[in-house]
Design a protein around this ligand. Structure first.
Ligand code: KG4
Ligand code: ZN
Length: 335
């Protein structure tokens, strides 16, 4: 079964074909980073318009690169949520309509479930049950995965997501968007002993996160040292990254201890962070898994894969196009 996957929930137009027998056949992506860079963050209306411009040419390019036509497809999967309403509508309308026109089954994919399953596209895969640390621009969650589609949220952010905190701190430091990779780069030469930022909510029990106080702490440090030298920016970036990484590590350690599950999947854009990977790999008493390379951040391959698994189990989307900007993962049916 060959499934076309369509991702348009935020600022990447991602398309891919996943074959249940052969694996990932082709994938293609268009990033809107340059479009939003001058605004320091994603402008939802510009995102939707750009998805509209790109989705058909990219689909053609994807099929050409795989030497296939629409007739070679057996199903179509599209992100139905969570994400930006206008952006989601573009991919969902395109995907659902194309499936209807080709008389193919369609399937709605949950963006965070797709991130969570993306590590299964790597060579080394976790056995069930496993824990998942989902860290993206919109979500920070620790999830217990008993089986595919059966998700228990062990903890989540009560305010900003980890990626959002990186993006906001980068904006304050004048580092532009997206903030995570920019801060990670500046943190490398930074002096880790100059500033110490708090590790929010680690001094009390539980697995929830809070990152908004860290942002205020960064702002106060920036104001106290303005105008910032290059070294100040490096050192503040380092203190900020160390604090986020340490906080995520402490909660993951707690989750491993409390559940006794020694397998942890890291997924979502922040899972691309090398310091976080190193910390969890070196210090966590668990095997750590993540998606291959660029499949950590938003992409069509994870949507095609997650959709293919649900189509395989006989699930399909109704004809109505139902996009959900908010969509708790716990509401998903099992596979
Ligand atoms: O999963 P993703 O591509 O999109 C969402 O679903 O949100 O995640 C994007 C987020 C952004 O906040 C970005 O700053 C962050 O992931 N990010 C990183 C890194 N690469 C991307 N954060 C820290 N370090 C990175 N290397
Ligand atoms: Zn994402």
């Amino acid at each position: 079964m060959r499934v076309l996957g369509i991702e348009t929930s935020c600022d990447e137009t991602g398309l891919a074909i996943y074959d249940l027998e052969q694996g990932l056949v082709a994938d293609i992506q268009h990033s809107q980073v340059e479009l939003h860079a001058e605004y320091g963050g994603v402008v939802p209306e510009l995102a939707s318009r750009d998805h509209i411009r790109k989705i058909i040419p990219l689909t053609r390019e994807l099929l050409n690169s795989a030497d296939m036509t629409l007739q070679d497809l057996d199903g179509i999967a599209y992100t139905a949520g969570p994400g930006l309403m206008g952006a989601l509508l573009v991919g969902a309308t395109f995907g659902r309509t194309l499936a209807w026109a080709l008389d193919l089954p369609a399937i709605e994919v949950h963006h965070m479930e797709a991130h969570l399953l993306a590590p299964l596209l790597a060579d080394e895969q976790p056995p069930l049950p496993f824990l998942a640390l989902l860290v993206s621009g919109g979500h920070t969650q620790l999830v217990k995965v008993e089986d595919f589609g059966c998700y228990e949220i062990l903890g989540e952010s009560i305010d900003d997501a980890a990626g959002e905190a990186f993006d906001k701190a980068a904006k304050m430091l004048g580092l532009g968007y997206p903030g995570g990779p920019a801060i990670a780069e500046r943190a490398q030469p930074g002096d880790s002993s100059r500033f110490r930022f708090p590790r929010p909510m680690t001094d009390r029990p539980g697995l929830d996160f809070s990152f908004s106080g860290l942002k205020t702490h960064a702002l106060n440090t920036i104001n106290a040292h303005a105008p910032l030298s290059d070294k100040d920016i490096d050192d503040i970036s380092r203190a900020f990254e160390d604090a986020v990484v340490d906080t995520l590590y402490i909660k993951c350690r707690r989750a491993v201890e409390e559940t006794g599950i020694p397998h942890l999947v890291m997924a979502g854009g922040v899972a691309a962070n090398q310091s976080l990977r190193k910390k969890l790999e070196d210090k966590l008493d668990a095997a750590v898994y993540y998606a291959p390379g660029r499949l950590c951040t938003d992409n069509g391959a994870m949507i095609a894969f997650a959709g293919a698994l649900r189509l395989k189990s006989g699930q399909t989307a109704p004809l109505a196009i139902d996009t959900r900007p908010r969509w708790p993962m716990t509401e998903l049916p099992p596979h």
